[in-house]
Design a protein around this ligand. Structure first.
Ligand SMILES: Cc1ncc(COP(=O)(O)O)c(CN[C@@H](CCC(=O)O)C(=O)O)c1O
Length: 401
């Protein structure tokens, strides 16, 4: 028999599998609201003009294709964490922020969790919100961490169950690892307020928990990269030694370039050096060193003032278009007298709206209306535009009635 005779067929990915089903559908009315990837008002992927300009600059530079260091392109690492933490962040100024380029956000999560599994003594359990991004638990498992949950979303109010979240964080064994979405929570689009983040910092500190931030959407929630980094910067100012996973997939449209960072706040430059050396020992046998092109693009943009300004206006344009689609979808659903309350579609922020649609309603939308979204009822708002939002609202209204 074949060497692989015993290999079982695995399930399609809950998110990326939706795109496969969408591609296979031949109906011209089809709409893909699955994968969290921005599309412009014509439904097309958007290569940011600032990225196109950086491509031209790089092309003229005719750089070589040599290996990067294990921790990536140094200029990219520096500029990326300055964007996240702020240029005047104490760990950066005091030379005690350990940072490595990563294979986008997923790679940062994997390296970060493997690092904790090996070096974080207080716990081998990471607590993730309910619900959370579909890949978090699988990454934790392969990284060697146990994955548990804390309450987060309240279906009754379609909002944050802050009291339950705090209660669960307080109930975790001291020193637990708490995964926090820095902004634009996926899949719910529901974030703590700045006031609530301050309370969360106190609760995490009181229990000596470890704050593990996933920031995949900086700039995408509010259109303002500083505002979206509030939680990360506040926790650092409050003295938490956080780990941060950063992605440039969405806010710079570099999905397939796989550009991100993983960073850890340490106590001193000497400790940073030891942490750096152990990060390298996790990365080297995993993928040795990261791809150079995307890092050069980001480094070019963030180090050229007019390009950075242009980029910031582009990320705000993307965020604003999504907010515009929230308004339009809400108005259409109300116009169609769709049973139920739909205000959450407007109040949620970031790429996604957690509609409240049930799995069987999601299946009906795929089968009858050729509209694809994840079975938890999440829709990627950027999949909507002025020419399909009415059709989507009508179809959604039908399955709800
Ligand atoms: C919270 C969160 N963390 C990390 C990532 C990883 O993104 P990278 O591309 O590795 O930087 C995503 C992407 N989630 C999107 C995109 C598709 C996917 O990878 O699932 C989504 O949920 O649709 C995410 O939503």
């Amino acid at each position: 028999t074949s060497v692989w005779a015993s290999v079982k067929a695995g399930p399609p990915d809950a998110i990326l599998g939706i795109s496969e089903a969408f591609k296979a559908d031949t109906d011209p009315k089809k709409i893909n609201l699955g994968v969290g990837a921005y599309r412009d008002n014509n439904g097309k992927p958007y290569v940011l003009p600032s990225v196109q300009k950086a491509e031209e600059i790089l092309y003229k530079e005719k750089s070589d294709k040599e290996y990067l260091p294990i921790t990536g392109l140094a200029s990219f690492d520096k500029l990326a964490v300055e964007l996240a933490y702020g240029e005047d962040s104490a760990p950066i100024k005091e030379g005690r922020l350990s940072v490595s380029q990563s294979l986008s956000g997923t790679g940062a999560l994997r390296v970060g969790m493997e690092f904790l599994a090996e070096h974080y003594g207080a716990s081998k359990t990471i607590y993730v919100p309910t619900p959370t991004w579909g890949n978090h638990a699988a990454i934790a498992k392969r990284a060697g961490l146990k994955c548990e949950k804390y309450r987060y979303f309240d279906p009754a109010t379609v909002g944050l169950n802050f009291e339950a979240m705090v209660e669960d964080i307080k109930a975790m064994p001291e020193g637990s690892i708490v995964l926090l979405h820095a902004c634009a929570h996926n899949p719910t689009g529901v974030d703590p307020t700045q006031e609530q983040w301050k309370q969360l910092s106190e609760v995490v500190k009181a229990k000596k928990h470890f704050a593990f931030f996933d920031m995949a959407y900086q700039g995408f929630a509010s259109g303002d990269t500083v505002r979206d980094a509030f939680a990360v910067r506040y926790f650092v100012e409050q003295g938490h030694q956080i780990l941060l996973c950063q992605s440039f997939a969405k806010n710079l449209g570099l999905y397939g370039e796989r550009v991100g960072t993983v960073s850890l706040v340490t106590a001193s430059a000497e400790e940073k050096a030891r942490v750096d050396s152990q990060l390298k020992l996790v990365i080297r046998p995993m993928y040795s060193n990261p791809p150079v092109h995307g890092a050069r693009l980001v480094s070019t943009i963030l180090s050229t003032p007019e390009l950075k300004e242009q980029w910031l206006s582009e990320v705000k344009l993307m965020a604003d278009r999504i907010i515009d689609m929230r308004e339009k979808l809400y108005n259409k659903l109300v116009e169609l007298k769709t049973p139920g309350e739909w205000g959450h579609i407007k109040s949620q922020i970031g790429m996604f709206s957690f509609t409240g649609l049930k799995p069987e309603q999601v299946d009906a939308l795929a089968q009858k209306a050729h509209i694809y979204l994840t079975r938890d009822g999440r829709i990627s708002m950027a999949g909507l535009n002025d020419s399909n939002v009415e059709y989507f609202a009508e179809s959604m209204s039908k399955v709800v009635k």
